[in-house]
Design a protein. Sequence first.
Length: 62
Amino acid sequence: RSAFRGPEPKVTLIAPAEEGSIPFNLAVNATTPGRAALLFEASSRLNPKAAELILLVRRWAK
């Protein structure tokens, strides 16, 4: 039995904002984050505007 609800375990760390904080997710033994990073890099190389659009959609989705 597990408290994880998604198909892969994911932990989101939250810290107090001091001088600007950087949110990140910690994924262990999960393939999805690696594939997403490869897709982001490949699309950014093809079209630099794609990176801006992907980041905009990620922020909107949260």
